[in-house]
Design a protein around this ligand. Structure first.
Ligand SMILES: Cc1cc2nc3c(=O)[nH]c(=O)nc-3n(C[C@H](O)[C@H](O)[C@H](O)COP(=O)(O)OP(=O)(O)OC[C@H]3O[C@@H](n4cnc5c(N)ncnc54)[C@H](O)[C@@H]3O)c2cc1C
Length: 416
C-alpha cells in the first residue's frame, strides 16, 4: 500500500475547511493550518445565504451608470477610503475594465454553474454533518422601495432568465403575505426561490470542521510564514516547527495575495470589506429569510444571535480601522423595513470579501510551482461556492474531469 500524499491547507475559512474535508475524503493525509480557530474570519460573519443565483457581479455594465452616485457617496451600497482608492488605482481601473456585456455573460454563466452545483453539495454535506437545524429553505429575497429601482433591476432579471436562476416576482400585496415581518414600504419583490440560507455560518463551519476532525483530520493553530520547495514542500510557521507536505492548497481568503507574494505571485486582489451588527427582534412578526433591501444597500437576516444587518461594500485597506457610518445607516434603514429592538453588541463585526479584478475566484494549479494549488478570491459568494470549489480543485489535482467547466476559474487566466 502506498503512503497517502500529505497535503497542507493554508487558511481555515469555509473554503479551506471544505477543501480539507474534500481531500481527506479522497484518502489524502490533510492538515488544516490557521492561526485562529477555523471559521472565525470572513466566513464567520457573512449573511449566511447559500445562493444559486448571485450571478451578476458588482463590476457589471450597470456600474458605469451608477458610478457618479457611488463616487459622491450617495448610495449606502458603497463606502470607500479615498486614500485606498488612489493607492490602488491600477486595481480599480482593471476592476472597472470588466464592466462589459461580454464579461457579464461569461461570469454569470460560470458563477451560475458553480453555485448551482455547490448548493447540491452543501445540502449533502449539511446532511452528513447533521446540521439541518441550521438550514432554511426559504429562498433569498430582494425588495425594492421604488418603481425606478425595480426597473433598473431588469438587467439582473434578464441574466436570471439566461442562466436559469429560479425566481418569482411579487407585488407589494403578495410581499406582505410572503414576509409579514416587512413593513409595507416595498413596492416589488423578487424571490430566488431555490436559494437557501443558514442561521449561523460559523456553526456551519464548525459542523464541517467536525466532520474533518472526527475522521482524523489535523488542525494546526499557527500561521504559514514562508515556503521552500525541495523534493517536497517545507512550510515555515510563525510559532511551531516547520511542516513538510507533498502539496499545498492556498485558501487563505483575503490573506491569500500576501501569502502568494512570498512565492513571487502578483495576485490582483483587493478587499470589499463589510460589517454586521445584530439587533434584537422587535415586537412584530419574525423575519423568515435573508432580505436584501436593494434601494437602501444592506441585507438583514435572522441569525442565532439576533437579526443580523450586513452592510454593502467598503473599499479600504484590509486592516484599516473600522468606519461604522455605513452599518449605522444600514441599521437606520432596516428599522424602516421591519420591527427591530436594541443592538446586541457594543461594536460591529467586520470581514473582508476577497475580490479579484474579474470577480471570479481562482480554483486550480498555481502557474509556476508544482504541488501548489490556489482556492481563493470568492468575493461575495464564498459560503455558497465553497463546497463546489473544493470538489473542482480536488478533481483537477487528481487529473479528473471536473463536474463543471473550470476554465473561467483558472489561475493562469491572469499573468501572475
Ligand atoms: C458582510 C458580508 C456578507 C457576506 N454574505 C455572504 C453570503 O450571504 N453568502 C456567501 O456565499 N458569501 C457571503 N459573503 C462572502 C463570504 O463570507 C466569503 O467569500 C468567504 O467567507 C471567504 O471565505 P474564505 O475561506 O476564502 O476566507 P476567510 O473566511 O477569511 O478565511 C481565511 C482564513 O485564512 C486564515 N489565514 C490568514 N493568514 C494565514 C496564514 N498566514 N496562515 C494560515 N492561515 C491564515 C485566516 O485566519 C482565516 O481564517 C459575505 C461577506 C461579507 C463580508
Amino acid at each position: 500500500m502506498t503512503t497517502p500524499q500529505r497535503i497542507i491547507v493554508i487558511g481555515g475559512g469555509v473554503v479551506g475547511i471544505s477543501s480539507a474535508l474534500e481531500f481527506q475524503r479522497r484518502g489524502y493525509q490533510v492538515s488544516l493550518l490557521d492561526p485562529k480557530q477555523p471559521g472565525r474570519e470572513t466566513s464567520y460573519g457573512n449573511t449566511g445565504v447559500l445562493s444559486d443565483g448571485s450571478v451578476v457581479i458588482s463590476n457589471n455594465p450597470g456600474l458605469r451608470k451608477r458610478l457618479p452616485k457611488l463616487i459622491l457617496k450617495k448610495s449606502n451600497a458603497l463606502n470607500y477610503s479615498l486614500g485606498f482608492v488612489l493607492k490602488r488605482l491600477p486595481w480599480v481601473a482593471r476592476f472597472l475594465s470588466y464592466t462589459t456585456e461580454k464579461h457579464l455573460d461569461h461570469s454569470s454563466q460560470a458563477l451560475r454553474a458553480l453555485q448551482a452545483h455547490s448548493l447540491k453539495l452543501h445540502l449533502n454535506l449539511i446532511s452528513d454533518a447533521k446540521a439541518e437545524n441550521l438550514l432554511r429553505r426559504t429562498g433569498w429575497l430582494k425588495v425594492f422601495r421604488s418603481d425606478s429601482s425595480y426597473k433598473a433591476y431588469d438587467m439582473e432579471l434578464k441574466v436570471f432568465e439566461r442562466t436559469g436562476v429560479g425566481h418569482t416576482i411579487y407585488s407589494a400585496e403578495e410581499l406582505n403575505q410572503l414576509e409579514p415581518a416587512l413593513n409595507p414600504i416595498f413596492r416589488h419583490g423578487v424571490l430566488l426561490h431555490d436559494a437557501c440560507s443558514v442561521s449561523s455560518p460559523a456553526a456551519l463551519c464548525d459542523a464541517y470542521l467536525k466532520l474533518f476532525t472526527d475522521a482524523g483530520g489535523n488542525v494546526i493553530l499557527d500561521a504559514a510564514e514562508s515556503f521552500q520547495r525541495t523534493e517536497s514542500w517545507i512550510v515555515q510557521l510563525r510559532d511551531g516547527e516547520p511542516l513538510q507536505a507533498d502539496a499545498i492548497i492556498l485558501a487563505a481568503g483575503p490573506w491569500s495575495a500576501e501569502i502568494a507574494k512570498c512565492l513571487g505571485y502578483k495576485i490582483p486582489m483587493a478587499w470589499e470589506r463589510g460589517y454586521h451588527w445584530h439587533l434584537k427582534p422587535g415586537t412584530g412578526p419574525a423575519l423568515t429569510r435573508a432580505v436584501h433591501d436593494v434601494d437602501a444597500g444592506y441585507v438583514m437576516t435572522p441569525q442565532q444571535q439576533g437579526v443580523r444587518i450586513t452592510s454593502g461594500v467598503e473599499l479600504a485597506d484590509r486592516d484599516a480601522p473600522l468606519d461604522i457610518s455605513q452599518i449605522e445607516q444600514s441599521i437606520r434603514s432596516a428599522r424602516q423595513a421591519t420591527s427591530l429592538g436594541e443592538k446586541v453588541e457594543d461594536a460591529p463585526w467586520m470581514g473582508r470579501r476577497p475580490t479579484l479584478i474579474d470577480s471570479l475566484p481562482m480554483i486550480g494549479a498555481a502557474p509556476r510551482h508544482r504541488g501548489l494549488w490556489f482556492n481563493f478570491g470568492h468575493q461575495h459568494n464564498g459560503l455558497s461556492t465553497s463546497a463546489a470549489s473544493a470538489q473542482l480543485l480536488a478533481d483537477q489535482f487528481e487529473g479528473k474531469s471536473p463536474a463543471i467547466n473550470v476554465e473561467a476559474f483558472r489561475p493562469d487566466r491572469f499573468r501572475l
